[in-house]
Design a protein around this ligand. Structure first.
Ligand SMILES: Nc1nc2c(ncn2[C@@H]2O[C@H](COP(=O)(O)OP(=O)(O)OP(=O)(O)O)[C@@H](O)[C@H]2O)c(=O)[nH]1
Ligand SMILES: [Mg+2]
Length: 441
């Protein structure tokens, strides 16, 4: 752990500037060994220097020094900005390694920051979310976690739990005494408050999934109603084959794009009809699957035609699923029975803005007004454990169990909170978290 690590912090591509980072006690010594005349280092200042390895010029670079503990990792760090040429980056990495640094593992800088107490585990996890955020709400959520939003809530709960546990454990010295009913009621009230807060946190887990993976929007309807045409129009790219033959789309086709500030995955499906063709039948089965998994369904009919009964899609929607009813090909006229639907034409562009606006409104509606961040699945599993402990605690008091039994339930809850913020974390959990990172972060 004490050794010095080095890694590129920028991707291996030709660019204006590339950055190499080094962290560990030998950082300054190593960089000095690559300079003709090392400067008098002051932390967080920039130095313009020529970098050499054994008399050979590597590159003109800008260097900065971050002195322990005031650095990202908490250790001595040096950052080297060089010309954005992967070959130069390679040379710098090689030189640092020959002087004793070792190539960092993915996420090792952030892991060191965690191990050195610079950040807790939820903050470390948020770093990867910040890097991968695909929309402004996802970024906002990651930033709230980064600033310790989740830890603050959990640590406050932890304090309250510790108080309750010590109150309960005071009874252990007086085995003949029961918990007074009034005290029991007070503890139940406090635990119920905590229960509510935990439930709130847990309900944000599914939102966090859609923020990261994107909302799934599925286009569904009978053959030839213009699903693939709308798919292409939403993507602003000619992805799916469009043809006047009903049954053109066989397989489901997915593509990612952004609508407003949301990352979305749009799925084009095979038109729903009774089919004799084996391949088309499979496509229709897949379309139904896709509809079941969609966060939002756009159901299309052809505007000029009388609506045919379309038993496959609308009847199978889940109650929590949201639907936008669209009448496509509106440039060809609108049948009176389709008047209620949103009229759209990919030929004239009619209704496209309204459709995107509607999608945006529905996606925004998935989030509570005061939405701040979404927890990830690891955090959700541990918070679930805290919730179970709290529920058992409440039950224990109601059923007048021994105070030490109740307090030991609550102690499980404390442990699980420790798991989330990283007070107790096994090496495999850390490995699992940090291996998702990129090298150099
Ligand atoms: N005039 C007009 N024609 C359209 C419009 N949208 C689609 N079409 C035409 O309708 C036909 C069918 O369009 P597709 O997008 O392939 O329909 P689909 O629903 O994907 O059809 P399947 O894949 O067979 O289920 C094509 O000839 C399109 O050019 C529109 O807005 N206006
Ligand atoms: Mg199609």
């Amino acid at each position: 752990m004490q050794n010095t690590i080095v890694a590129p912090a920028t991707p291996p591509a030709i660019s204006a500037i590339a950055i190499v980072r080094m962290s560990g006690p030998e950082s300054l010594w190593i960089i000095n060994s690559l300079l003709k005349k090392p400067p008098y280092w002051e932390p967080q200042r920039l130095y313009y220097k020529k970098l050499f390895f054994e008399e050979e010029l590597i590159d003109d670079v800008v260097l900065s020094y971050w002195k322990s503990p005031k650095s990202y990792t908490g250790e001595d760090m040096v950052e080297i900005s060089c010309h954005g040429n992967p070959f130069i980056v390679e040379k710098i990495l090689e030189a640092c390694q020959k002087r004793g640094a070792r190539l960092a593992a993915p996420g090792e800088f952030t892991k060191r920051a965690f191990l050195n107490g610079k950040i807790d585990l939820t903050q470390a996890e948020s770093v990867i979310d910040i890097i991968h955020a695909g929309g402004s709400l996802a970024l906002k959520s990651a930033q709230a976690l980064q600033s310790g939003g989740l830890s603050r809530v959990l640590l406050a709960i932890r304090e309250e739990l510790i108080d309750i546990v010590s109150e309960l454990e005071a009874y252990i010295d007086f085995p003949e005494e029961d918990i007074q009913p009034r005290v029991g009621e007070q503890i139940i009230a406090k635990l119920s408050e905590i229960e509510k807060k935990l439930q709130n946190l847990l309900s944000s887990a599914s939102l966090s999934r859609v923020l990261k993976e994107g909302f799934t929007i599925v286009l569904a309807g009978s053959p030839n109603v213009g699903k693939s045409s709308l798919f292409n129009a939403l993507l602003k790219e000619n992805r799916a084959i469009v043809s006047p033959h009903p049954g053109t789309t066989r397989d489901t086709i997915e593509a990612e794009c952004r609508i407003s500030s949301f990352l979305v995955k749009i799925v084009d499906t095979a038109g729903q009809r009774q089919s004799v063709d084996e391949i088309e039948a499979e496509g229709i089965r897949r379309a139904k699957e896709a509809v079941k998994k969609g966060d939002l369904i756009i159901h299309l009919v052809s505007a000029p035609d009388p609506p045919s009964s379309d038993p496959f899609v609308l009847d199978e929607l889940l109650p929590e699923q949201r639907v936008i009813l669209v009448a496509s090909k509106a440039d060809l006229g609108i049948h009176p029975l389709n008047q209620e639907r949103l009229a759209v034409s990919v030929v004239t562009g009619r209704g496209m803005e309204e459709l995107e606006e509607k999608i945006k409104d529905i996606l925004t509606g998935f989030f509570p007004r005061d939405f701040s961040y979404g927890i990830n699945s690891r955090q959700a599993v541990a918070i679930e454990k805290v919730l179970t402990a709290i529920k058992r605690g409440i039950m224990g008091i109601r059923e007048k169990r021994l105070p030490e039994l109740i307090s030991s339930e609550l102690r499980y809850g404390l442990e699980a909170i420790g798991e989330v913020v990283g007070f107790t974390s096994s090496e495999d959990i850390l490995d699992k978290i940090f291996q998702k990172f990129c090298i150099g972060k």
